[in-house]
Design a protein around this ligand. Structure first.
Ligand code: 3HC
Ligand code: NAI
Length: 685
C-alpha cells in the first residue's frame, strides 16, 4: 500500500481513494503515487463501478508542491496522473473539503464530477506565484464557467467559496458539512443509477463559442486591467492561454500545448521566482529560533487602545473585526467622539460596498467601550498605546499603566521609532512590554512589526506573533532600533530622494523612475499626498519640504507641494517647487550634475536600502533576510515581483551593489562586503 493512500470499496461498487499527505496534500511525488496506485487498483477491479477521490487531513489537494519547482520531474508527473483520471471509464467524483487550489482544483477538473462541503473553497491562485494554472486550468475552467468569468477568476487568483463555486459551475453539488464522504458516495451511486454517458470537461466547447466571434475581447481585457497587471508577467500569459483555449477549440490538445509553452515562459522568470520565494517568506516570519511551540501563548479576550487618532482607530478595528471587545481611551470627549466617528464611517463605507451587513456594522460598533482616563484599562488583557510620538508622553502613559493594569496584562506600544526598552523601563514589569508596530491605515495594511525588547518575555512575544496572525496580519519580529525594520530601511530611500533632487533630477523624474520600478507612487507624490506639514513635523533642520510649507504649500490638500494640482488633483510639474529646490541647493552648496538615467536614480535610491537591510542582519535586528523583504513588501508596497530589497539585491548581484554604493560614497556594511566577496547571497539557498 502507498504511504499516503488508502483504498476501500464501499457498497454499490464505489471505490474510495483517500489521500493523506500532511500538511496540505500538496501534489508532490508521494501524493501523486498514492493517486496513481488507487486508479491502478480500482481501474482493473470489476467490483468497482465508480470512484470517489477524497483527502484526509485539513484539506483537499492544495496544489502542486511548490518546493518541487525547478527540480527534475519525477514520474508520474501531474499531467500523467491527470490523464489516468480523465481517461477512466468509470465515473470519478472529486470530494472537496478545505481548499482545492491550483493543481488541486485542476485535478478535480479531470474528475467527472465535483462535490464540496459548504466551508470548502476552490480556486486557481497560481497568479500569486507568478505562474499560470499549467495543469489544464486555463483550458478547462473557461469550458465550464465561460471565458469572461475564467479571465477574472484566474487573473484574480482569489479562492471562491463553495456556494459561489456551485453558482458559477465550478462544482456540481454541495455536500452536508461533516458528511462529505457519505454524500460523495451517495452522489456516485446516483450517477451509476442514472447511467448517463460520461462527460469530460475537455469535451465541452459550447461556453467558448461566444468568445470565438469576439477576438478583441482579450486585448481589451488586458487594456482594461493594465494598472493592476503592471509589472507582473503572469496575467498576460494567463489571458493568452485562455485565448488559446478559444482559438484552438475543439482541439483540446493544441490549447494545452500553448498553455504549457506559456507556463514554461513563466516558471524560470525572475518575477515568478520572486513570488514563490515570497510565498514561503511570508510563512517563515512566524518561526523564531528560541521560541518553540512549547512556549505558551496567553489568552487575549479584551483589548484597550490608548489614543483614537490616525492609528488608534484603525488598530481598534482589527480586534472589533474578530469579535474582541475594545476599550478605546482618549484624553478628551471631543477626540474620543471624533475617533469613534471615523471607525463608524469606515464600517459604513464597507457596508455600502457590500462587504458588511448593517447588522455587522452595529455589532462591531457595540464592541467599543469609550473611555476617558486610563483607569478604564485596569482589567484588559492587552493594552496598545497609540499616543503622540514623544518619549516623555509615552513614558508617562506606561508608568501610569504599570500602576493601573492587572498583573499579566501585555503592555504594547505602537511607536514608529522610539526605544521600546526605554518605554519598558518606565514600568516595573518590562518583561510584559512589547512593541506592536502597525502601518497606516492600520485596519488595512497587513504588516505588523512585533518589537522584542531586551526584557520582553518569550510568552509575550509568542502571544503577540500569534495574535498578529489572528487579526489577519503578517507579524515580523524586530529587535529594538530607531525605526525597526521597514521604516529604518525605507528612510534611506527618502534621504537619497531628498538629496538627488538637489543635483539635477526633478521630483517627477525620481517619482517616475520608482513608479517604473514598480512602486505605486514615488516619494514626492507620496509626500504631497500625506502632507508636507506632517512629513516635516518635529524636524528643526531646514529642508525643501520645510521651505515649501513656509510658502503655505502643504501638498495635495493646500496649494500643491512638490507638484501643482488642478481641481481634479491631477499633478503637473511645479515651477515654484523647482525654484525652491534650486534655492535650497544653492544654500547647501550642492552642484547641479545635470540629468541622470532612471537606472542611476533607482540604484541611488535603492542600493542604500539593501545596505541598510544587511546592517539589520548584522546587528541582529531582523532574524532573516526574507523578513526584511516581507516588511518592505507589506509595509511599503515594495513590488512583490522583485521579491523585496534583499531578493532584488541578490538578483542584481551583491558585487555590483557594493560597487554602486562605493561610487555613491556610501560605506557598504560588513555583511554585504563578506557576501559579495564570498559569492554568496542573502536569499538564494
Ligand atoms: N506546496 C508546498 N508546500 C505548501 C503548499 C504547496 N502548494 N501549500 C502550502 N504549503 C506548506 C506551507 O509552506 C506550510 O509549510 P510550513 O508549515 O512548513 O510553514 C504548510 O504547507 C501549511 O501552509 P499554511 O501555513 O499556508 O496553511 P494554511 O492552513 O494557513 O493555508 C492553504 C493552507 C490555503 C492551502 C495555503 O497553504 C495555500 O494557499 N497554499 C498554496 C496554494 C497554491 O498556491 N496552490 C497552487 C500551487 S501552483 C500549482 O498548482 C501549479 C499548477 O497549476 C501546475
Ligand atoms: P495622532 O496624533 O493621529 O493620534 C494620537 C492620539 O493620541 C490623539 O488623538 C491624542 O488625543 C491622543 N493622545 C495623546 N496623548 C494621550 C494620552 N496621554 N492619553 C490618551 N490619548 C492621548 O497620531 P497617530 O498618527 O495615530 O500616531 C500615534 C502613534 O502611532 C505614534 O507613536 C506614531 O509614531 C505611531 N504610528 C503612526 C503611524 C502613522 O502613519 N500615522 C504609523 C505607525 C505608527
Amino acid at each position: 500500500m502507498s504511504e499516503a493512500g488508502s483504498y476501500v470499496i464501499e457498497e454499490g461498487g464505489i471505490g474510495v481513494i483517500t489521500v493523506d499527505n500532511p500538511p496540505v496534500n500538496a501534489l508532490g511525488i508521494k501524493t501523486r503515487l498514492a493517486i496513481a496506485e488507487g486508479f491502478e487498483r480500482f481501474g482493473g477491479d470489476d467490483a468497482v463501478k465508480a470512484i470517489v477521490l477524497i483527502c484526509g487531513g485539513r484539506t483537499f489537494f492544495a496544489g502542486a508542491d511548490i518546493s518541487e519547482f525547478g527540480r527534475p520531474p519525477q514520474s508520474p508527473v501531474l499531467h500523467e496522473v491527470m490523464r489516468i483520471i480523465e481517461d477512466s471509464s468509470k465515473p470519478v467524483v472529486a470530494a472537496i473539503h478545505g481548499t482545492a487550489l491550483g493543481g488541486g482544483y485542476e485535478l478535480s477538473l479531470v474528475c467527472h464530477y465535483r462535490i464540496a462541503v459548504p466551508s470548502a473553497m476552490v480556486g486557481l491562485p497560481e497568479v500569486n506565484l507568478g505562474l499560470l494554472p499549467g495543469a489544464g486550468g486555463t483550458q478547462r475552467l473557461p469550458r465550464i464557467v465561460g471565458v469572461e468569468a475564467a479571465l477574472d477568476i484566474i487573473t484574480g487568483g482569489k479562492p471562491i467559496k463553495a456556494k459561489q463555486a456551485l453558482h458559477l459551475g465550478m462544482i456540481d453539488a454541495l455536500a452536508e458539512e461533516g458528511k462529505l464522504r457519505e454524500d460523495a458516495i451517495a452522489f456516485a451511486r446516483r450517477i451509476l443509477a442514472e447511467g448517463k454517458p460520461l462527460l469530460r470537461v475537455r469535451d465541452r466547447n459550447e461556453k467558448l463559442e461566444g468568445a470565438k466571434g469576439n477576438p478583441g475581447l482579450f486585448d481589451d481585457y488586458l487594456k482594461k486591467n493594465a494598472r493592476a497587471f503592471r509589472g507582473f508577467k503572469a496575467p498576460t500569459n494567463i489571458v493568452r492561454a485562455i485565448q488559446a483555449a478559444v482559438d484552438t477549440a475543439p482541439d483540446f490538445e493544441a490549447g494545452s500545448r500553448r498553455e504549457t509553452e506559456l507556463f514554461r515562459e513563466l516558471e524560470p522568470s525572475t518575477e515568478s521566482q520572486a513570488q514563490r520565494y515570497y510565498f514561503f517568506a511570508e510563512r517563515e516570519t512566524a518561526k523564531i529560533p528560541d521560541i518553540g511551540k512549547d512556549v505558551p501563548t496567553l489568552p487575549i479576550q479584551t483589548v484597550g487602545v490608548i489614543g483614537a487618532g490616525t492609528m488608534g482607530g484603525g488598530i481598534a478595528m482589527n480586534f472589533l473585526n474578530i469579535g474582541v471587545p475594545v476599550t478605546l481611551m482618549e484624553m478628551s470627549q471631543e477626540a474620543l467622539d471624533r475617533g469613534i466617528a471615523v471607525i463608524r464611517r469606515n464600517y459604513e463605507s464597507a457596508a455600502k460596498k457590500g462587504r458588511l451587513t448593517q447588522d455587522q456594522v452595529e455589532q462591531r460598533m457595540a464592541l467599543i467601550t469609550p473611555a476617558i482616563g486610563l483607569e478604564a484599562l485596569s482589567q484588559v488583557d492587552l493594552v496598545i498605546e497609540a499616543v503622540f510620538e514623544e518619549m516623555g508622553v509615552k513614558k508617562d502613559v506606561f508608568a501610569k499603566l504599570d500602576g493601573i493594569c492587572k498583573q499579566g496584562a501585555i503592555l504594547a506600544s505602537n511607536t514608529s521609532f522610539l526605544d521600546v526598552d526605554e518605554i519598558a523601563a518606565a514600568t516595573s514589569r518590562p518583561e510584559w512590554v512589547v512593541g506592536l508596530h502597525f502601518f497606516s491605515p492600520a485596519n488595512v495594511m497587513r504588516l505588523l512589526e512585533v518589537v522584542r525588547g531586551d526584557k520582553t518575555s518569550k510568552e509575550v512575544v509568542a502571544t503577540a506573533m500569534a495574535l498578529g496572525k489572528k487579526i489577519g496580519k503578517v507579524p515580523v519580529l524586530s529587535r529594538v532600533c530607531f525605526g525597526f525594520i521597514a521604516n529604518r530601511i525605507m528612510a534611506k530611500r527618502s534621504a537619497e530622494a531628498s538629496a538627488i533632487i538637489l543635483e539635477g533630477p526633478s521630483p517627477q523624474q525620481v517619482d517616475k523612475a520608482l513608479y517604473d520600478y514598480g512602486f505605486a507612487m514615488g516619494p514626492f507624490q507620496m509626500n504631497d499626498l500625506v502632507g508636507l506639514d506632517v512629513i516635516g513635523r518635529g524636524s528643526t533642520e531646514r529642508s525643501v519640504a520645510g521651505d515649501l510649507v513656509k510658502l503655505d504649500r502643504l501638498g495635495q490638500k493646500k496649494n500643491g507641494g512638490y507638484y501643482d494640482y488642478d481641481e481634479n488633483r491631477k499633478a503637473t510639474p511645479s515651477p515654484v517647487a523647482a525654484q525652491v529646490i534650486a534655492d535650497f541647493a544653492q544654500f547647501k552648496g550642492v552642484e547641479n550634475k545635470g540629468p541622470q538615467s532612471d537606472a542611476d536614480i533607482v540604484a541611488r535610491l535603492l542600493y542604500p536600502v539593501v545596505n541598510e537591510g544587511a546592517k539589520l542582519l548584522e546587528e541582529g535586528i531582523a532574524l532573516r533576510a526574507s523578513d526584511i523583504d516581507v516588511a518592505a513588501i507589506l509595509g511599503y508596497n515594495w513590488p512583490v515581483y522583485t521579491g523585496g530589497p534583499m531578493f532584488w539585491g541578490d538578483t542584481i548581484g551583491l558585487p555590483k551593489i557594493v560597487e554602486g554604493l562605493k561610487a555613491l560614497g556610501i560605506e557598504p556594511s560588513n555583511l554585504l562586503l563578506e557576501k559579495a566577496a564570498a559569492g554568496t547571497s542573502f536569499t538564494r539557498g
